[in-house]
Structures are given as C-alpha cells and as structure tokens.
Write a protein that binds this ligand. Sequence first.
Ligand SMILES: Nc1ncnc2c1ncn2[C@@H]1O[C@H](COP(=O)(O)OP(=O)(O)OP(=O)(O)O)[C@@H](O)[C@H]1O
Length: 911
Amino acid sequence: MSSRSSSANRSERLAHHVPHPPHAQGSPSPSPSSSSRNGGGHAQAHHNSARTKPTSNAKRSVTPNSRARSFDADEEPGRVRVTVRLRPKNAEDLSNADFLDCVEFQPELKRLKLRKNNWSSESYQFDEVFTETASQKRVYEVVAKPVVESVLRGHNGTVMAYGQTGTGKTYTVGRLGKDDASERGIVVRALEDIICDMSPASDSVEVSYLQLYMESIQDLLAPEKTNIPINEDPKTGEVSLPGATVVKIQDLDDFQHLLQVGESNRHAANTRMNTESSRSHAILMVYIRRSVHEKVNDEISSREKGGKSDLFDGNRIPIVRKSKLLIVDLAGSERIDKSGSEGPLLEEAKFINLSLSSLGKCINALAENSPHIPTRDSKLTRLLRDSFGGSARTSLIITIGPSARHYTETASTIMFGQRQLQLETSTHQKVLADTTQMYEKKLAELSKRIEDECARSESAEEQLGLMKKLLDEHQISIQNHKMENARHQKALSETTQIYEKKIADLVKQLQDEHACFEGAEEQLDLAKRLLNDHHKSKLGQKDIDELGLKLQEMYQLHQSTLNELQLLKSEKKDLLQEKANVNEELHSVRQRLLVEEKQRKAIENELVKLKRAVPENESDFEDKTSYIKEDINKRSSGFGNQMGSYRSNPSRDSRSVGLQKILQLLTSEDLDIQIHAVKLVANLAAEDINQKRIVDEGGLDALLMLLRSSENTTILRVASGAIANLAMNDRNQGLIMDKGGAQLLAETASKTDDPQTLRMVAGALANLCGNEKLLMVLKEDGGIKALLGTVRSGSSDVVAQVARGLANFAKCESRGIIEGHRTGRSLLMDDGTLTWLIANSNTASTSTRRHIELALCHLAQNEDNAKEFIAGGGVKVLIRISEESSREDIRNLAKKTLRLNPSLQPEMPMR
Ligand SMILES: Nc1ncnc2c1ncn2[C@@H]1O[C@H](COP(=O)(O)OP(=O)(O)OP(=O)(O)O)[C@@H](O)[C@H]1O
C-alpha cells in the first residue's frame, strides 16, 4: 500500500489521479452512503448487535499437538502462517558482480538457505517460499485466499507484509494492477473475491484505510483526522475505531478509486511530516456484514417458536454475521543504525521498533499457545487484537531481496518470520513420540483385524471342507442306491422267471390235475404279491432326479463358498501389505528417535567431559555448557538447522562464554576437549562482534599454533575455518600475514587431502587475496601456489574458493595499477595460474565461472601480461566471455578490455 523506494510503482499509481469514488467523495467529507465511526452508524451497529462469534482471549485454545502445517484445515486457525517472497534482482543487485546472492531457495522443500559467507549457510523452513518468479496470483492464493475465505465464513483475519524497505511489500500487498490484472496485489484480489461472494440485497462490505505513524493513527480517507483512539469492547473483545471514516463498497472500481485516494492522501501526509512512506504502517480494515440463517438446536427452536414462529425457517434463525479483515503493509524492518541515530529519526525508529517487536512478541505468544497474548504494548497490536489468535486466521508474508550486501537485514527479517516456527523444534520430540504411539495403535488394530479375518477365512475353509465331505457322502449314497437298484432289478427278474416257471408248471399241473386248480390260483396270488413287493422296494427314477438336483445345489453352494474364500484371501493380502507399510513407517520413526536419542547421549557425555575440565567457576561453566549444547544441537540435529533455533538465541557474544577459558582449552591434552574448544572458537569467529576480542585475547595465535602443531584432521579443518572467518576483516588479514599465517595455511594444505580442510584453507587464502597491501607477501609466502594446489581435491566447493581468491587478487592488482601504485606483470602469471584459469573458464559452475571470467578480464587489462595472455590462448577466451558470459556486466567488462588494451588488438579477428 505504500513504498519509499518503489517510486516507479507509486508514481504510476499517483500519476493518473482519478475522479472521487462514488461513496468516498474525496474522503475528507464522506458521502451519505459512507458513515463516520464517530458515534454514528457503523460503530453503533457494531455495539448494538451481539457478535455471533465473539473473538476473545478465552477462545484461544489451540492444543500444541494440533500444530500441523496445514493452513486450510479449520482446526488450527490460531496459528500464524509464515511465507517468504524473494524480490527479483534490480539494477543495483545486478551491478555487483563480486557478490554471491545471500539466499538460495528450495521451493520444493519450502525451505531457503541463508548464506553468511562463502562457506557457511543455514537452512530455514517456512509454510511456503516464493522465488522471484512467483506470480501475484499464486502469492495471493497461498498467502491471503484462505484468510479471505475464513473471513467470508464469519471469522476475523489478518494478512501482513513484513520486510526491509524496497523488498516488495507494496508490490505484494498493494499493487493496483489497473492496466494489467495479472499484476494485482493481495488487497485488490481480496476485495474482488469478497465482492463476488456478497449478495447485494442482504450483505455489505465497508472499508477504512489508516496509517499508523509514531503511535498515532491517521485516517487516510479523511487525513485531517489524526490521533484516532482505539476502542476495545471489554465484553466481546471487539476492537473499533469510532473516529475513522468507513466507506461502503459497491464494486471493485469503487474500491480501487478509494485506494488511490488513500494513497495520495498518504503521500501528501508523509510529505508534510517530512517522512518516508515506509516508516509508517498502512492498515486497510474491511468490515463484512452478511445475513445468514443459522441452524439452532431443537430445544431453543421449539422454545422460541412458541411466540415468534414467523421468524423461523424450519430450524434456522436469521442473523447478521459480522467479520473483519485487516491487511497491513508494515513499516520497513531496517535496523535503527541504518535509519539515523539522532533526533526525530531516532524517535521514529524507536516507535517502529516498538510496534514490530511487540508484534513479534504476540506472534511468539501465539506460537507458544500462551494464554496471554501481549497485545497492549503497541497500538499496532491493539488494533490487531481481535483479528489474530483465537478463531482468527493470520498470515504473514516476509519479503527479502537477494543481495549479500543486505545480509544483516535479510537475516533479521528471516529470523522474525522464524519465531513462530521455533516451538516446533521443542515439540518435535513429543510429536515423534505421539506419531509412534499412533502408529503402534494403528498396527495393533490392524493386527487384530487380520487375526479376525484369518479366523473368518479359517471357518469358511472348514465349512467348505464339511460341504465337500457331505457332497462326497451324497455321491457315494447315490452310487450305492444305483447299485442296490441294479441288484433289485436282477433279483426281480430272477424271481419273476422262477415264478413264471412255477406258474407255468402250476397251470400245466392244473390242466393235468383239475383238483389242484384252486391251490394253484392261491400260489399265483402269492407270486403276484411277492412281485409287487419287489417292485415297491425298487429305487425309482424320481428319487434319482431329486438326488441329482440336490447334488447340483450343493455344487453351487460349493462354488459360492470358493468365491468368498478367494475374496477373503485377497483382503487378507491387502491387510498384510498395509501392515507391512505401517511397520515400515514405524520402523523409520523409531530409527529417527534412536538417532536423536544417540545424539542426546553424546551431548550429555561431552558436557560431562567439559565439566571435568573446568570445574572451578560454576556460573561461567553454565554459560559455556549451554552454549556448547546449543552449538552441538545445531550441528547434530537436522531439525535444529531447519528451525534456526541456534540463531534465535540472542546471547552469542564471546563475553558470555568465557573466552579466556575456551582459549585455554585449545591447549588441553584431551583431544576431545581440544576439538570442542576449537569448534567453539570457530563459531565465535563467525560473528563479527567477537572477532576483535578473539584476536586481542590471543585466539589467533592459538589457532595458528594448532595449525603448526596438530596432526588431527578435525582440528586442522576447524582451525583453518576459524582463521578463514577472521580473515574476512582487513585488520585481521594484516595480523595473519604478520604471524606467518599464509605459510602455515600453505603447509596445512600440503599435509592433508581432506576436501573440507582444503576448502577452509582455500577460503582463508581467498579472503587474504582481497587485501591489496598483502599481495606481494602472500605470493612470497607460497599462498598463491598453495591456493592453486588445493584444486587437486577435485571438490567443486574448493574450486569455487580458488576462483574467488584469484578474482580478488587480480581485481586488487588492477585497482593498484589504476591508482598508480603498482606496475609490471601480474604476480599471478607464475605458478600455472593463467593456464588453470583459461582451462576452467568454460567448465566450472556458474558462480565459479563468473569469478574465473572476472580474473581473466582483470589480467587482460594489464598490458605487461599481454604477451603471455596471448600465447596462452587468452584472447579467444576473452572474446567468448564478451559474447557468452551469463552476466551482462562481465560481458561489458570483457568488451571494454578488448577495446582498450592495444596489445590485444592485433589478435582480434577481422570483422
Ligand atoms: N516480485 C516482484 N516482481 C517484480 N518487481 C518487484 C517485485 N517485488 C518488488 N518489486 C519492485 O521492487 C521495487 C520495490 O518494491 P516495493 O515498493 O514493493 O518495496 P517495499 O518493500 O514496499 O518498499 P517500502 O518499504 O520502501 O515501501 C518496486 O519497483 C517494485 O515494483
């Protein structure tokens, strides 16, 4: 919403002054549809109707365990979501070829690396990181849209932008994008979404636009209103500004007009106050009222229905739901010492510091789930009181620039954003334990289910077996019946034959003996009865058919049981797979727990050792051990690195860690203690504020002594790293050289092949190469030869340091020649340096190549180098650099060199 250095986009916005918006009427005197909060309309309405969902401190009930990293899930609205956006390089950034960017983004990991110098960097995790190519749309959708959606559902919400001046806060938040909608910032996109979701007949959206400067609130829609008081309702906790102008918005055009008026008023006010826009906070307040029918419970419904049935729509009661969205473009976060150190400027910086640090404390308290959020400390946090924490959603986007020159500001901005994530480190252990418990529970449940399923499948198998048995028995019984039937048939026909014969005999006898006639008839009857009996005992076709049907049914049953068994088997297979997956996850969680446990134990052992070493001063020991613990934590825990817990501890000054004692430990006979002590000194040496004291108290001598006498790889590596850190400053560079540091570094490089040690040595020598006064001694002490020798490690990190050192060296020589205190051929022309530079000018990584290209350009500028430069094939390389270098400034430098060095002219191809 404002910008100091962004004159381009601000002037674009202010240049075309537009007619007054239909409802704001030029802001000083609001139109009939706008209402002043001064005892009038809107404020009254706010007080008269109880809020449907009051937000108060009592509502802040986010449990630590619910701190997942999702912002969209409704269950953790109180968490502050923090994202980072990187501004693309501007002309100033591009003109500094010698500096590496101080940040490197890893968007796929939502992480960024902050590079302190050429050999140390730290990683920080955020909810999202946006690279310089991120679109305005994507930034809005990730940062602000979830807040806007929550506000439309009736909760309050806040979106804030924080960062050093010129890093893109206004671009991100306040860009109007009148000519190009894709350029629109968060404010315009938020209002667009809100207006789209409103029903014109029953809902309303109103805005106030304010600036907070030196703890005084000014109305940007009626700039004569200053020092507007903040009103807080003691019952509901609702914050209001009874004196501020509130303007009703009908459509997006309305709003954009209004924003422009606010911007021009802000510009005019700031010019009057003789301050810059980035020194105040700009706050847009959006009030939303929606008519909704809310479901009531049955009891209330039936009670209320008694008298006022016409008010109800079934079980729904009509209410007005109110919510508020705050969008804040915070003042620039630059340090006090950069903003001026006396008079009004100091006052101004103090007020900014007050509000930003109180905002930081509130974010911290929210992150710690503290019952008390200290909002009373500044007007900014009092204004935000009902719009963050509790059921409100808060999103903070921090903006940073890429340039290493603003490392300190960028680091402190990142630290501010990291505060709310800090807690996660300490709760990590608990989360891991909870996760293990959860997986164990899940595993137990799964095992139980698998057991049940196995039992079920076993009983199905049993049933199937039974059925098979029955089927077999039936088949046997059918077979038996068939055989019996055949036997009966045979017996029947035999008996029939016998009796027919008997009848024939009897008939014959009857004919022969008339007297026997009656007896024969009786016998015939008997035979017929017998024949009948035989027929009755025979198994009929009908019985066989029935048995056949039964057999068929049994087959079908058998088939369906088989299918069920198949299904059960595949289910069992899935369950076993799931069990294996869960086991695997459980295993990895356990592994991590084991690793962390090991690390904790190792730290405890180290502390015990150190305690034995320094028993005499208890409080000094406490300071030291806590620092060492922090140091070891930082090194050993991947999580610690990501969360930046190490950096967030403010007391890293060497005073608090008993420097003298630590320096004494450098000579300890216990190797472990010696290693820890040198690590401590190296860490302290990484901070500018400690360096002078380390050198003054003999730390440099002690480190050089270690290089001279130690054979231990770790000690050599860390001591070289510490010297490299000390070698970043001019005064120390001279001392290092005076004390024979270059020779010792060269010797160290010659007695090791450890790539990390070689990287540290190369880093230290590369830093010494940047001091013009030391070039000659550095060369004489074998520093350049040793620097070049480190490339034998083959490590690209080492090569990068060598290229940086040679570029520093060549650049210092050029400067000396231009300023007239150096003549003659470059000291780099011996030792194979030029050959190495030419050979690697097209192979190394981009940043290393840039340094090699710079070194070659500087060497080519010196006419006394020309003969060897030409003989080594340098001109061809220089021409390629002038055409193909990835950096425009280096292409220009190469072109200029080719143009201005007459000795190279004859070598140029004819065009
Ligand atoms: N993501 C981006 N893409 C393109 N240009 C950008 C981006 N971010 C910032 N800029 C440009 O950088 C310049 C500074 O940005 P901006 O004014 O938004 O910074 P600021 O942090 O608001 O500064 P101040 O605190 O001084 O108001 C502007 O010219 C802006 O257009």
